[in-house]
Design a protein around this ligand. Sequence first.
Ligand SMILES: *[C@@H]1O[C@H](CO)[C@@H](O)[C@H](O)[C@H]1NC(C)=O
Ligand SMILES: *[C@@H]1O[C@H](CO)[C@@H](O)[C@H](O)[C@H]1NC(C)=O
Length: 503
Amino acid sequence: MLSHPRLERSCVLALGLVASVIAAPCDLYSSGGTPCIAAHSTTRALYSAYSGSLYQVKRGSDNTTTNITPLSAGGVANAAAQDTFCASTTCLITIIYDQSGKGNHLTQAPPGGFSGPDLNGYDNLASATGAPVTLNGQKAYGVFMSPGTGYRNDAASGTATGDGSEGMYAVLDGTHYNGACCYDYGNAEVSNKDTGNGHMEAIYFGTSTSWGTGAGSGPWIMADMENGLFSGESVTNNAADLSITSRFVTAIIKGEPNQWAIRAGNSASGALSTYYSGVRPAASGYNPMSKEGAIILGIGGDNSNGAQGTFYEGVMTSGYPSDATENSVQANIVAAGYATTSLTSGPALTVGSSISFHVTTPGYTTRYIAHTGTTVNTQVVNSSSTTALQQQASWIVVAGLANSACYSFESVDTAGSYIRHYNFALLLNTNDGTKQFHEDATFCPIAGLSGEGNSIRSWSYPTRYFRHYANVGYAASNGGVQTFDAPASFNNDVTFLVVDGFA
Ligand SMILES: *[C@@H]1O[C@H](CO)[C@@H](O)[C@H](O)[C@H]1NC(C)=O
Ligand SMILES: *[C@@H]1O[C@H](CO)[C@@H](O)[C@H](O)[C@H]1NC(C)=O
């Protein structure tokens, strides 16, 4: 057949126009007949036409809030707007907005079977700055959730109930997890309490071995169906549920009557794999399911809040998505270009150097961070001080024990011991080689909150910073429940000049 040159040219132009409107995850689910009924992300729009608010942050300096939107419809979050709003203070993520139009926003999770750490038993809010990333080179922030942090919506609309069909995915940090219950995203009880088998259907990510397990030592993606984290058909080992090794992970759970599946992929490259697809657990209560339709993030259905993890984006759908639809969503996630970026700012520290932390709070500037035995405190130190005291106030900078993008601080006089937080006090303890110690001893210095020097932020609790309070060292949050979290003088108390070590 002869081709008509003018027709061919206009077809190419038309194709070019179509290709320039890049479908986002919820456009793809919609095309597949399983539309999003909740779409949450602090990093980007999940519909190509979405230009509304992605999330709300609240700053510590005056308790005011602002909404962060995409830079353009369908685009990456305006991280610069957050950086401006949060400059020289602390910021928490107060709302993760639902982009689906159903109003299924996530806010601070209330107490239920378990209470959260705040005065009213609510869970903590996440720092707005704990999980910086780039998407195709543009900066954005994920939701870095420490133990005790949780978000929830107990009055969601359009979510699956009973044995209704649904799908969900979440993009998570594959290196941020623990073995506690339960880092979840998905469908849960509306009462915040354990109401029995089959009353939840959520993505779980972590190394819990209390119920199911997968291959290796984890972390695994499992389905939290209440009173069980399932890696496969029953609460047992499913060797096909592989340990996650990628920095960014796409985690998928979906369920319909007597059928459910686990799928997973590296969010930065490649395709999804299916780790389980089959019938419901045989134990009573799981077939049929009794889903209740609340939405949780970072906690279990009964508000179990001991787990940790990082959430970048996720959705829930109406209907059981096809593998093909999910495969196209994975391709879109890969195309979004998730990558790591610096966790530190302000004056740079040098690995291998000896440093001292000079207090900047007016009236206390003869003091430096030091230790007396295992207690980390501040002491008056100068060039006339004893060698012993100068050594107590000197620290060797090493690569962060839990994350080499940050640092750990080894005692000059007690080799092998590091500053770590424990019950939010700073202690000098021997590195026992555990994941917990490594995380407790990893800190990410940022530009000092008071406008000079550095503030030394905890990697694992990014709402918390080195603070001196009554001359004792703490990992303090701005306006938290402990006395040492007091907002008065917070910026000065968490700002230190990092100087050459006395010893
Ligand atoms: C912010 O609110 C908290 C409690 O809600 C309060 O303790 C604190 O003083 C407030 N801070 C400012 C700067 O208003
Ligand atoms: C120097 O430090 C010692 C404690 O080591 C203290 O007694 C002395 O007052 C300090 N001197 C000055 C000038 O601050």
